[in-house]
Write a protein that binds this ligand. Structure first.
Ligand SMILES: [Mg+2]
Length: 173
């Protein structure tokens, strides 16, 4: 399966929400959700891939495990077709099936399986201090001109203005 630069997948529990059970133990929720919204605005095709049971298995696990994921997905602007429930299976084959170039997860084991089976996919583990930097690097790498954070875009614009001014001064002198 081809890896597509515009497809990014996210874990749910412990990444886009608190861990299973509702205890408030994920300090990154605000950042991760913010990144998802920005990526969607930038035109990325964002998926949630969760090991939770899907609607077809709503009587298993904690019962109706999918509902909370759908709710968050709707809040983030992710369509239900882009929410994949692996029913407790590891995620790498699902990541491959959508052609994601990057997956973000709080479970280091998912990263291990992705790296083992999908060498072209960037697996980002939230346990890294620099996970945000890694994510931004991948996104920036796709788009040299319109940079994710806009910082480099501002610098480019300033350089262009300075160059134009220098040229004007040179021509008009
Ligand atoms: Mg997780």
């Amino acid at each position: 399966m081809e890896v597509k630069d515009n497809v990014i997948t996210w874990d749910y529990d412990g990444t886009l929400d608190h861990h299973f059970g509702g205890q408030e133990n994920n300090p990154y929720i605000k950042q991760t959700r913010d990144y998802v919204k920005r990526l969607i605005r930038k035109g990325y095709n964002v998926y949630i891939i969760t090991r939770r049971y899907g609607p077809e298995n709503s009587s298993l696990g904690f019962m109706d495990e999918h509902l909370q994921v759908w709710k968050t997905a709707a809040e983030l602007g992710i369509r239900r077709e882009n929410v994949i429930f692996t029913n407790r299976m590891w995620k790498y084959s699902f990541i491959e099936s959508v052609g994601a170039c990057m997956h973000i997860d709080d479970d280091e084991r998912e990263k291990y399986w992705i790296e083992r089976h999908l060498p072209k996919v960037k697996a980002i583990w939230l346990g890294y201090d620099n996970w945000e930097e890694q994510l931004i690097n991948v996104v920036d790498g796709h788009d040299k001109l319109a940079i994710f954070f806009g910082n480099k875009r501002i610098v480019s614009a300033l350089l262009l203005i300075i160059t134009a001014l220098c040229l004007a001064v040179y021509l008009l002198r």
